[in-house]
Design a protein. Sequence first.
Lengths: 483, 338
Amino acid sequence: MPQPPTTITDELGIALSNLADSATGILTPTLRLGVTGLSRAGKTIFITALVHNLLTQGRLPGFAPLADGRFIGAKLAEYPDATIPRFAYEQHLAALTANPPVWPESTRRISQLRIVLKFQSAKWWAGLTGPATLNLDIVDYPGEWLLDLPLLGLSFAEWSAEALARARQPGHAKEAAEFLKALDSMDVSKDASDSEAERMASTFTTYLRRSREHGALSTLPPGRFLLPGDLEGSPALTFAPLPRPGVPVRHGMLYAMLEGRFEAYKTQVVRPFFRDHFARLDRQVVLVDTLRALNAGSEAVNDLETALTAVLACFRQGEANPLLRPFVRNIDRILFAATKADHVHHTSHDRLGAILNRLVASASKRARFAGTTTRSIAMAGIRATSEGTIRENGETLPTLIGTPLKGEVLDGTSYDGKTEIALFPGDLPERPDSLFEDGQPVSLNFLRFTPPQKLDRNAAGDVVLPHIRLDRALDYLIGDWMA
Amino acid sequence: MKRPVARTISSSTTTSEAARSPRAFAADRAEIIEAVFTPEAEPGLLPLPPRRRSWVARLAWTSGGILVSAGLGLAADRLIRDLFASNEWLGWLGLGVLGVFLLAIVVLVTREMLALRRLRVLDALKADAARAVLDNDRKTAGAVTEQLLAIYAPRPDMARARQTLSDTLPHLFDGAEVIALAERSLMAPLDARAKALTAASARRVALVTAVSPRALVDIAFVIYESVRLAGAIAALYGARPGFFGFWRLARAVLAHLAVTGGLVLTDGVVEQLVGQGLAAKLSARLGEGVVNGLMTVRVGMAAMRVVRPLPYETLPMPTVRDFIGELVKVTTDAGKSA
């Protein structure tokens, strides 16, 4: 019998923090925007581009407050909670504008950033009150951590059974062999020892890491094993699934020790994350790197779908009841974004969008049932390519012009990270379902490109980051709060 | 008592039609007929069905036209001959003046035709833009924007808007977005000025009605102001209507007013009634002033809707509500000072 992910105490705590937020937010409302996606989906780039474009009032024609001329300005502000790492916007921007530019480091832990937006509302009473301000809190966290949330409803025995069954599946044989061997060579009913626990945990982590690297993606909890954040090496992260011993479990057994650690992981790691960050979001953007899965084939696409559905099942979604608004925060808008749209010619953006829609279909159906509105777009936080056409054998191919990263390979050619090429990555399938079917290989090859080499500067001397549809994403996510 | 009888009916036509056995064909033999869906731009602005002229009327017009042009030609010929007869240099002078006159007529006609064509171009642009938004078609939207840029290229006051538009255009990939951007950057300043023109016209009409001694004067002034306003708004949006172009424009505006029944339905009827009732309470003349002012406002709005080259998608359509407050204020001020 699965338990609900929160206890009554948690719910009370969430309601109280929401009430505190509401009380401080009477004068300046605060919008908490969650940004998530599995690793390498483009979270860091998305946030960096979003913040930079807001700060410098960049090229955002589709962002209504800016296009209407109601947007006055934005600045970064101190985040009220001093214990949470700040999103390192300046470092990421420096990496992008360095010579040669490099992609910034990826998200390894939760981080937040507050940006204060000043604007003039278009409502009729706005003339009386003057310019309004809105605090936009951006919460960046690894999507892998979301995979942990279902664990809150599982006991150690239930989780072990699930995880071991998955490890014994034929598809996982290569990655899990070492872990299973270690498991077989061990007696679960013997006395607890730290070295034994560490050995099991490290082989289990290796198995998780391998299956993510080889299979392009992973749907395997616990997520902190892959991205430990600042908990690396702590006992709460040193456990592994074990089969139930034949004898009754007694205190001091290895099984009992790992069970205790699993419970600690749930109460000390997962639950605080859920309570303090996740349960208090107003808007959520889910970034999906469809192209990487497309490169890897139908199995990875299926895997991605499973992972996304699992991740999205955790959201607290639904319309906000105006009476309960001070206590309850629900995600009332979710944006699904297929990132790296700059790796596809714009004539194929429709198809990329269709594939994304297919991937998140069940998740968005559930969200809509709960009363949340969802939208999906193909976008790129930073546009690394330009577009062109090439005529070959009387055929006109739409191509992308950019510099592939060092080590990218196409048709046996390995690129050095300096040559600019025109790439035709193959046609995306017209029918998204064909990607989910085995036996019909789709010939696609999306190379990864370096960040744009030459960036324009605006009149104020700020770098202009080119993007694709970031303005529409922004308008959907925060535009209505600035109406 | 008769026995029940059943007889078979031998009729070849019914049997052959009723039973058609299933057959399969190769796909390429079939002619694929798909229902064509053409999105309607704006139902309110559909042109009236062209009136069919009977052939008798056409005959009458043609023959009359021939007679009149023959008469004019003959008159000109006679005039030049007479001039030559009286004095040779007078004849040459007359000939020269005639040439200049003909040349001017040709230029005028060309200009009129160009103006008419331009009105038609604006109409087509509006339909294209609406379609581009519906289909989210980047190509059509790009073509529409290019044309708009060409239309407004000689306008110094729109240099900045044109620059913004052409700078941002290569970074957009959605037809709807492109049209929205074009509307925001090109139409917004024009809309504001058209609204100001309308408001000024309405103010003048309201004031004149409120203080004028005779009803006939009001009517004449309302007509004069409406004509001027429609022309000014058309020129503002880049239509530059000539004489015939103006007739076409006036017809479209009147048709639009007729379709909306004189009341713009997007407005609350209540507001109009309240606005009128309020002023009518003050005095009958002031009420009339507001009513006439509102009439002018509606003409202005109809003209905007007819000549604006992009449909109202992102920007709000102007409503009578926007003008009422000012009208009431003007007339009450006039009432106080009178």
